[in-house]
Design a binder for this molecule. Structure first.
Ligand code: C5P
Length: 410
């Protein structure tokens, strides 16, 4: 593992977890990373600028306007730092700074340099605060906005908190943070063929509006898609998870986009056609939607009523149709037991590289449960029957096969 020569901009906010940051800087320097530190005023109450600059071997930035103008570009440091950084890591991120970042406020060096970071550079945010604060509606709203706009939010761990309480809010240990930074900036020499690849995963159900208060949907929980996204991110892939309504936490290191309908999902997938290396369609997309959703609420009148449905776009087939030779398309085929042939046909019709056939018994496989029994069929019709596995383990095995396909295509 090496972060050698990588430019890591480290933003520290005023939370008690800041006491872990000097150790984090030491670990980054040990990896030969170049570290520059930006602090908020409150951060300096917890850790001194002297400690931070000694360990990083760089002056610490706090004010947008320096006390004396020693060089020409002094007052534009917030811009030059954004240009300099290979990644911006905010740890600990307090509720106050999270709110500023989500709102685009630039009233200190940390928030101003955050906005100037180049759009393709990773932004890792490590919220750390009291459990009640973390769970508050405003913090969750702001984190969700940041997550949907290109930031990677590393959810805090559970355990003892400085407040004396026990709950969710602890910042991960410096060793773990270094791992995550290495995964994000590509300084990690991993053996995975997914390393550095752009992976788009669809997950969850879709909701198709009947009127303003009703919709058509299905029982999908999103667990399989979330497990795939999480496992791919852990292998060093750049993962975008486009999910229908799912009450699951965003996996670490994953960029999540929430959508409702198949059409919205399709719109987001299409926007990524060109940049995606691997597309995994794990969403349970409604095949049909009401042709004309009614404005307001449909009144109860006759004994029977008819809904006119129109076909939804096939998102996976749409991707396959235009895919370039280096891109892979992976689908899922949920069937009633014994319909493996349907999965084979789908593989061919949708021009997939791999399909995962699974059945639903409501106990060990299918929607909502945490386990699955998959049969994987690749484009050469090679078949692998997996045993009953957790969805995470099933995701790992599926990614192993995807890696084999990447190798065999070379
Ligand atoms: O045809 P069927 O719906 O059974 O195919 C399942 C696969 O196709 C899944 O991977 C699913 O995510 C994808 N799919 C899609 N768009 C649809 C329907 C299914 O991408 N409208």
């Amino acid at each position: 593992m090496s972060l050698k020569g990588k430019h890591i901009l480290l933003g520290i906010c005023g939370g008690i977890a800041a006491y872990k940051i000097p150790m984090l800087i030491r670990l980054l320097k040990k990896q030969e990373a170049c570290v520059r530190v930006v602090v908020t005023e409150a951060a300096t109450r917890f850790v001194t600028e002297l400690t931070l600059s000694t360990l990083s071997q760089e002056p610490v930035c706090k004010n947008i306007f320096p006390d004396s103008f020693s060089t020409e570009d002094d007052w534009t440091r917030h811009i030059s730092m954004g240009e300099w950084a290979d990644a911006y890591v905010i740890a600990p991120a307090t509720a106050n700074t999270i709110a500023k970042l989500a709102a685009g406020i630039c009233d200190n060096m940390l928030s101003a340099s955050f906005i100037t970071l180049r759009p393709n550079k990773p932004k890792l945010i490590f919220p750390a605060m009291d459990g009640e604060m973390f769970a508050s509606a405003s913090v969750q709203r702001n984190l969700s906005w940041l997550s949907q706009n290109g930031c990677v939010i590393i959810n805090p761990e559970s355990g003892d908190l400085a407040s004396g309480q026990c709950g969710t809010g602890r910042m991960p240990e410096p060793e773990t943070i270094v791992e995550m930074i290495a995964g994000a900036v590509g300084g990690k020499s991993r053996n995975s063929k997914l390393y550095g690849k752009s992976v788009v995963v669809t997950a969850g159900p879709t909701r198709e509006k009947i009127d303003d208060v009703r919709f058509i949907s299905n029982y999908s929980s999103g667990k399989m898609g979330f497990a795939l996204a999480s496992a791919a991110a852990a292998r060093g892939a750049w993962v975008t998870l486009i999910t229908g309504p799912a009450s699951l936490p965003t996996p670490d290191g994953v960029n999540r986009l929430d959508v409702e309908s198949a059409e919205e999902m399709n719109h987001e997938v299409k926007a990524r056609y060109a940049t995606c290396d691997i597309f995994i369609g794990a969403a349970a997309i409604a095949d049909y939607r009401p042709g004309k959703p009614v404005e307001g609420k449909i009144k109860k009148s006759n004994e029977t009523m008819e809904l006119s449905l129109v076909k939804n776009p096939d998102i996976l087939a749409g991707f396959s149709e235009q895919k370039k030779p280096h891109q892979l398309a992976v689908g899922f085929s949920l069937e009633t037991a014994g319909n493996l042939q349907n999965a084979r046909e789908k593989l061919e019709q949708k021009k997939l590289d791999l399909i995962a056939y699974n059945t639903f018994d409501g106990k060990t496989s299918g929607f909502e449960v945490d386990t699955n029994i998959l049969t994987l069929i690749d484009k050469n019709l090679a078949l692998r029957e997996l045993p009953l596995l957790s969805k995470r383990a099933a995701a790992e095995r599926t990614l192993d096969i995807i890696e084999e396909l990447i190798s065999s295509d070379k």
